[in-house]
Design a binder for this molecule. Sequence first.
Ligand code: ATP
Ligand code: MG
Length: 251
Amino acid sequence: MMRFLDIDSVHYAYPGRGEVVRGASLHIAPGAFHCLIGRSGCGKTTLLKLAAGLLQPQHGAIALQGMPVTEPNPDMGFVFQTPTLLDWLTVLDNVLLPIALHAQVQAGQRQKAMALLDQLGLNRQSGLQSRYPQQLSGGQQSRVAIARALITTPPMLFMDEPFASLDAITRSELQQDLLALCQSQGTSVLFITHDIAEAVYLADHVSVMHAGKICHQLAIDLPHPRQHAIRYTADFNTLCAELRQAMDETA
Ligand SMILES: Nc1ncnc2c1ncn2[C@@H]1O[C@H](COP(=O)(O)OP(=O)(O)OP(=O)(O)O)[C@@H](O)[C@H]1O
Ligand SMILES: [Mg+2]
Protein backbone atom coordinates (compact mmCIF):
# COMPACT_ATOMS: atom_id res chain seq x y z
CA MET A 1 0.00 0.00 0.00
CA MET A 2 1.16 3.51 -0.80
CA ARG A 3 1.56 5.35 2.47
CA PHE A 4 1.11 8.96 3.38
CA LEU A 5 1.12 9.00 7.16
CA ASP A 6 3.00 6.22 8.94
CA ILE A 7 2.72 5.66 12.67
CA ASP A 8 4.91 2.71 13.67
CA SER A 9 4.87 1.08 17.14
CA VAL A 10 4.64 4.40 18.95
CA HIS A 11 4.86 4.68 22.74
CA TYR A 12 4.15 7.73 24.81
CA ALA A 13 3.92 8.60 28.53
CA TYR A 14 3.10 12.11 29.78
CA PRO A 15 5.89 13.34 32.10
CA GLY A 16 5.81 11.48 35.41
CA ARG A 17 2.99 9.12 34.33
CA GLY A 18 2.54 5.63 32.92
CA GLU A 19 2.32 4.98 29.18
CA VAL A 20 -0.97 6.01 27.56
CA VAL A 21 0.07 5.07 24.01
CA ARG A 22 1.56 1.59 23.99
CA GLY A 23 2.80 0.40 20.65
CA ALA A 24 0.19 2.00 18.38
CA SER A 25 0.60 1.59 14.61
CA LEU A 26 -1.58 3.20 11.97
CA HIS A 27 -1.06 3.87 8.26
CA ILE A 28 -2.99 6.28 6.10
CA ALA A 29 -2.90 6.08 2.30
CA PRO A 30 -2.73 9.29 0.21
CA GLY A 31 -6.14 10.93 0.04
CA ALA A 32 -7.71 8.44 2.46
CA PHE A 33 -10.17 9.39 5.16
CA HIS A 34 -9.23 7.52 8.34
CA CYS A 35 -11.43 7.57 11.44
CA LEU A 36 -10.20 6.69 14.91
CA ILE A 37 -12.74 5.58 17.51
CA GLY A 38 -12.37 4.25 21.05
CA ARG A 39 -13.52 4.76 24.59
CA SER A 40 -12.81 7.96 26.48
CA GLY A 41 -9.25 8.04 27.80
CA CYS A 42 -7.90 5.27 25.54
CA GLY A 43 -5.31 7.64 24.01
CA LYS A 44 -6.89 8.93 20.76
CA THR A 45 -6.07 12.61 21.23
CA THR A 46 -2.59 11.74 22.42
CA LEU A 47 -2.02 9.62 19.29
CA LEU A 48 -3.27 12.44 17.05
CA LYS A 49 -0.93 14.91 18.77
CA LEU A 50 1.97 12.50 18.26
CA ALA A 51 1.08 12.08 14.58
CA ALA A 52 0.97 15.87 14.16
CA GLY A 53 4.32 16.43 15.90
CA LEU A 54 2.70 18.27 18.83
CA LEU A 55 4.14 15.58 21.15
CA GLN A 56 7.30 13.50 20.67
CA PRO A 57 7.07 9.71 21.15
CA GLN A 58 9.49 8.00 23.54
CA HIS A 59 9.68 4.99 21.19
CA GLY A 60 8.56 4.28 17.64
CA ALA A 61 8.50 6.38 14.49
CA ILE A 62 6.15 8.78 12.74
CA ALA A 63 6.59 9.89 9.13
CA LEU A 64 4.57 12.07 6.77
CA GLN A 65 5.32 11.48 3.08
CA GLY A 66 8.40 9.52 4.17
CA MET A 67 9.83 12.39 6.25
CA PRO A 68 10.09 12.02 10.06
CA VAL A 69 7.57 14.23 11.87
CA THR A 70 9.23 16.25 14.64
CA GLU A 71 6.94 19.29 14.76
CA PRO A 72 3.74 20.53 13.08
CA ASN A 73 4.49 21.62 9.50
CA PRO A 74 2.69 23.56 6.75
CA ASP A 75 1.50 20.31 5.15
CA MET A 76 -0.88 19.87 8.10
CA GLY A 77 -4.24 21.41 8.97
CA PHE A 78 -5.99 21.13 12.33
CA VAL A 79 -9.57 21.25 13.56
CA PHE A 80 -10.29 20.64 17.24
CA GLN A 81 -13.49 20.11 19.23
CA THR A 82 -13.83 23.81 20.03
CA PRO A 83 -13.40 25.96 16.91
CA THR A 84 -10.74 28.21 18.62
CA LEU A 85 -11.42 31.22 16.40
CA LEU A 86 -9.90 34.58 17.30
CA ASP A 87 -12.62 36.87 18.67
CA TRP A 88 -11.06 40.09 17.37
CA LEU A 89 -10.80 38.94 13.74
CA THR A 90 -13.66 38.77 11.25
CA VAL A 91 -14.72 35.44 9.75
CA LEU A 92 -12.69 36.15 6.60
CA ASP A 93 -9.58 37.13 8.57
CA ASN A 94 -9.92 34.04 10.75
CA VAL A 95 -9.92 31.87 7.62
CA LEU A 96 -6.89 33.72 6.23
CA LEU A 97 -4.95 33.57 9.51
CA PRO A 98 -2.65 30.63 8.57
CA ILE A 99 -1.49 32.69 5.57
CA ALA A 100 -1.40 36.09 7.32
CA LEU A 101 0.91 34.66 10.01
CA HIS A 102 3.67 34.20 7.42
CA ALA A 103 3.00 36.55 4.52
CA GLN A 104 0.95 39.35 3.05
CA VAL A 105 -2.45 37.99 1.96
CA GLN A 106 -2.86 38.09 -1.84
CA ALA A 107 -6.13 38.84 -3.65
CA GLY A 108 -6.28 35.25 -4.98
CA GLN A 109 -6.04 33.88 -1.44
CA ARG A 110 -8.87 36.16 -0.34
CA GLN A 111 -10.95 34.75 -3.20
CA LYS A 112 -10.07 31.22 -2.20
CA ALA A 113 -11.19 31.95 1.37
CA MET A 114 -14.52 33.26 0.04
CA ALA A 115 -14.91 30.19 -2.17
CA LEU A 116 -14.24 27.87 0.79
CA LEU A 117 -16.79 29.73 2.90
CA ASP A 118 -19.25 29.32 0.03
CA GLN A 119 -18.54 25.60 -0.32
CA LEU A 120 -19.11 25.24 3.41
CA GLY A 121 -22.51 26.84 3.15
CA LEU A 122 -21.56 30.24 4.59
CA ASN A 123 -23.15 32.25 1.89
CA ARG A 124 -21.43 35.31 0.49
CA GLN A 125 -24.64 37.35 0.15
CA SER A 126 -25.39 37.27 3.86
CA GLY A 127 -22.24 39.28 4.62
CA LEU A 128 -21.23 36.61 7.05
CA GLN A 129 -17.56 36.90 6.16
CA SER A 130 -17.31 40.30 7.84
CA ARG A 131 -18.96 39.20 11.09
CA TYR A 132 -17.03 38.31 14.25
CA PRO A 133 -17.02 34.79 15.77
CA GLN A 134 -19.34 35.75 18.68
CA GLN A 135 -21.97 36.68 16.08
CA LEU A 136 -22.06 33.09 14.69
CA SER A 137 -23.84 29.91 15.74
CA GLY A 138 -21.78 26.93 16.91
CA GLY A 139 -22.23 25.18 13.54
CA GLN A 140 -21.14 28.30 11.65
CA GLN A 141 -18.04 28.59 13.86
CA SER A 142 -17.18 24.96 13.07
CA ARG A 143 -17.48 25.72 9.35
CA VAL A 144 -15.12 28.67 9.71
CA ALA A 145 -12.62 26.46 11.55
CA ILE A 146 -12.75 23.94 8.69
CA ALA A 147 -12.27 26.67 6.09
CA ARG A 148 -9.27 27.95 8.07
CA ALA A 149 -7.77 24.45 8.22
CA LEU A 150 -8.14 24.02 4.44
CA ILE A 151 -7.07 27.49 3.27
CA THR A 152 -3.48 26.36 2.63
CA THR A 153 -4.72 23.14 0.91
CA PRO A 154 -2.81 20.97 3.40
CA PRO A 155 -2.33 17.39 2.16
CA MET A 156 -2.92 16.13 5.73
CA LEU A 157 -5.81 17.18 7.96
CA PHE A 158 -6.07 16.28 11.67
CA MET A 159 -9.52 16.54 13.24
CA ASP A 160 -10.28 15.78 16.90
CA GLU A 161 -14.05 15.41 17.46
CA PRO A 162 -14.77 18.55 15.44
CA PHE A 163 -18.54 18.04 15.36
CA ALA A 164 -19.07 16.74 18.90
CA SER A 165 -21.03 19.76 20.11
CA LEU A 166 -23.33 20.11 17.07
CA ASP A 167 -26.94 19.02 16.60
CA ALA A 168 -27.63 15.97 14.39
CA ILE A 169 -28.81 17.86 11.29
CA THR A 170 -25.98 20.41 11.28
CA ARG A 171 -23.58 17.58 11.90
CA SER A 172 -24.72 15.50 8.94
CA GLU A 173 -24.63 18.56 6.65
CA LEU A 174 -21.10 19.34 7.78
CA GLN A 175 -20.04 15.71 7.27
CA GLN A 176 -21.22 15.89 3.68
CA ASP A 177 -19.53 19.25 3.01
CA LEU A 178 -16.29 18.05 4.61
CA LEU A 179 -16.25 14.86 2.53
CA ALA A 180 -16.84 16.80 -0.70
CA LEU A 181 -14.05 19.27 0.11
CA CYS A 182 -11.53 16.61 1.10
CA GLN A 183 -12.32 14.60 -2.02
CA SER A 184 -11.90 17.62 -4.27
CA GLN A 185 -8.59 18.62 -2.62
CA GLY A 186 -7.28 15.03 -2.30
CA THR A 187 -6.75 15.58 1.44
CA SER A 188 -5.71 12.71 3.72
CA VAL A 189 -7.57 12.90 7.01
CA LEU A 190 -7.18 11.52 10.52
CA PHE A 191 -10.54 12.11 12.20
CA ILE A 192 -11.40 11.23 15.82
CA THR A 193 -15.02 10.63 16.75
CA HIS A 194 -17.11 8.86 19.38
CA ASP A 195 -19.90 8.34 16.87
CA ILE A 196 -19.73 4.98 15.05
CA ALA A 197 -22.20 6.03 12.33
CA GLU A 198 -20.20 9.20 11.69
CA ALA A 199 -17.04 7.11 11.33
CA VAL A 200 -18.67 4.70 8.85
CA TYR A 201 -20.21 7.53 6.83
CA LEU A 202 -16.96 9.48 6.49
CA ALA A 203 -14.20 6.91 6.42
CA ASP A 204 -12.34 4.70 3.99
CA HIS A 205 -10.83 3.01 7.05
CA VAL A 206 -11.77 2.93 10.71
CA SER A 207 -9.36 2.01 13.51
CA VAL A 208 -10.54 1.12 16.99
CA MET A 209 -8.20 2.08 19.81
CA HIS A 210 -8.08 0.45 23.22
CA ALA A 211 -5.63 0.98 26.08
CA GLY A 212 -3.11 2.82 23.91
CA LYS A 213 -3.15 0.41 20.96
CA ILE A 214 -5.06 -0.10 17.74
CA CYS A 215 -7.07 -3.25 18.43
CA HIS A 216 -9.29 -3.46 15.34
CA GLN A 217 -9.26 -2.13 11.77
CA LEU A 218 -12.07 -2.08 9.26
CA ALA A 219 -12.10 -1.04 5.60
CA ILE A 220 -15.26 0.85 4.66
CA ASP A 221 -15.97 -0.16 1.08
CA LEU A 222 -19.11 1.93 0.62
CA PRO A 223 -19.20 3.82 -2.69
CA HIS A 224 -18.35 7.52 -3.10
CA PRO A 225 -19.77 10.13 -3.24
CA ARG A 226 -21.76 9.29 -0.14
CA GLN A 227 -25.26 10.61 0.22
CA HIS A 228 -27.25 10.83 3.42
CA ALA A 229 -29.52 7.92 2.33
CA ILE A 230 -26.61 5.46 2.55
CA ARG A 231 -27.12 5.48 6.33
CA TYR A 232 -30.32 3.47 5.90
CA THR A 233 -28.76 0.67 3.84
CA ALA A 234 -28.05 -2.82 5.13
CA ASP A 235 -24.32 -2.56 4.24
CA PHE A 236 -23.97 0.60 6.29
CA ASN A 237 -25.62 -0.98 9.31
CA THR A 238 -23.55 -4.16 9.04
CA LEU A 239 -20.37 -2.06 9.20
CA CYS A 240 -21.73 -0.12 12.20
CA ALA A 241 -22.58 -3.38 13.96
CA GLU A 242 -19.09 -4.78 13.38
CA LEU A 243 -17.52 -1.65 14.88
CA ARG A 244 -19.98 -1.69 17.77
CA GLN A 245 -18.92 -5.24 18.53
CA ALA A 246 -15.24 -4.29 18.38
CA MET A 247 -15.98 -1.45 20.81
CA ASP A 248 -17.92 -3.75 23.15
CA GLU A 249 -14.97 -6.10 23.24
CA THR A 250 -12.90 -3.25 24.69
CA ALA A 251 -15.25 -2.80 27.68
N1 ATP B 1 -1.48 16.60 29.46
C1 ATP B 1 -1.68 15.44 30.08
N2 ATP B 1 -0.96 15.12 31.17
C2 ATP B 1 -1.13 13.93 31.80
N3 ATP B 1 -2.01 12.99 31.40
C3 ATP B 1 -2.76 13.26 30.33
C4 ATP B 1 -2.64 14.49 29.62
N4 ATP B 1 -3.52 14.47 28.58
C5 ATP B 1 -4.16 13.30 28.66
N5 ATP B 1 -3.71 12.56 29.70
C6 ATP B 1 -4.16 11.21 30.07
O1 ATP B 1 -3.80 10.33 29.00
C7 ATP B 1 -4.83 9.37 28.78
C8 ATP B 1 -5.27 9.46 27.29
O2 ATP B 1 -5.84 10.74 27.08
P1 ATP B 1 -6.39 11.19 25.66
O3 ATP B 1 -6.76 12.61 25.78
O4 ATP B 1 -5.40 10.80 24.62
O5 ATP B 1 -7.68 10.24 25.54
P2 ATP B 1 -8.85 10.24 24.47
O6 ATP B 1 -8.93 8.84 23.93
O7 ATP B 1 -8.66 11.34 23.51
O8 ATP B 1 -10.14 10.51 25.38
P3 ATP B 1 -11.49 11.34 25.03
O9 ATP B 1 -12.28 10.42 24.15
O10 ATP B 1 -12.14 11.52 26.36
O11 ATP B 1 -11.10 12.62 24.38
C9 ATP B 1 -5.94 9.70 29.77
O12 ATP B 1 -5.81 8.82 30.87
C10 ATP B 1 -5.65 11.10 30.20
O13 ATP B 1 -6.06 11.34 31.52
MG1 MG C 1 -9.72 13.12 23.04
